[in-house]
Design a protein around this ligand. Structure first.
Ligand code: ATP
Length: 205
């Protein structure tokens, strides 16, 4: 199994790429999905969040009120660090579990991490990093068209993340998603073949 981290700015098309790869048989570990799972009622991170931030971050049905929690941590660096300390180790542990469950199989395991940084490569023993890239204007247009963002909000979200250059600096593979979906699918096909041909894509041992 070859394990490839996938990252890219908001609206770049990470999910579009991992969906196309999954349709071709790749195994996908999704950090966003795990981030939602670890705060479900009864999970250790849920209990820690309620203990740290109080019942005001709960909805009436007893689940985490993501908007209320985002509000609390948005304005305070300290609170944001406290939340990250609760959630990040749990998300990392689950990512590792899912990656190791896939290790002795054949093929490609993609680990989608929106905020992938240089430390993830070692921590998760990634064989390679794929960056999904697109011009800022294209990402902003997608956020407006498909996600209902106002232009200013979309620009602010993009500006709050790593720049394209910073992200591209740790890429082993790049998919430039600035055209039609068909063209993206063709790029994914080429990359899929390339990754399958790597020795790590064979079963270990
Ligand atoms: P986020 O970081 O917000 O999760 P993302 O990088 O996963 O974003 P996607 O959700 O894959 O991005 O793409 C953003 C939106 O743009 C989606 O609605 C998706 O369907 C659309 N999209 C992505 N690539 C293309 C493309 N090449 N052509 C048309 N629409 C696209």
């Amino acid at each position: 199994m070859i394990v490839v981290g996938v990252t890219g700015g908001i609206g770049s098309g990470k999910t579009a790429v991992t969906d196309l790869m999954a349709a071709r048989g790749a195994f996908v570990v999704d950090a966003d999905l795990l981030a939602r799972e670890v705060v479900e009622p009864g999970e250790p991170a849920f209990l820690d969040i309620v203990e740290t931030f109080g019942a005001e971050v709960l909805t009436a049905d007893g689940t985490i009120d993501r908007a209320a929690l985002a509000n609390v941590v948005f304005s305070s660096e300290e609170q944001r660090a406290a939340l990250n300390e609760i959630t990040h180790p749990r998300i990392n542990a689950r990512m590792k579990e899912q990656i190791s469950a896939s290790r002795d199989q054949e093929g490609i395991c993609l680990v989608a991490i929106p905020l992938l940084g240089p430390g993830h490569r070692e921590r998760l023993a990634l064989d390679a990093v794929l960056v999904v890239d697109c011009p800022t204007e294209v990402a902003v247009e997608r956020l407006i068209e498909f996600r209902g963002f106002q232009r200013d909000d979309a620009l602010a979200r993009v500006a709050s993340q790593l720049s394209r250059e910073e992200r591209l600096a740790f890429a082993d593979y790049v998919i430039v998603n600035d055209g039609a979906h068909d063209r993206l699918a063709a790029q994914v096909d080429t990359l899929f073949q390339e990754l399958r041909a790597r020795p790590e894509a064979s079963p270990r041992g």
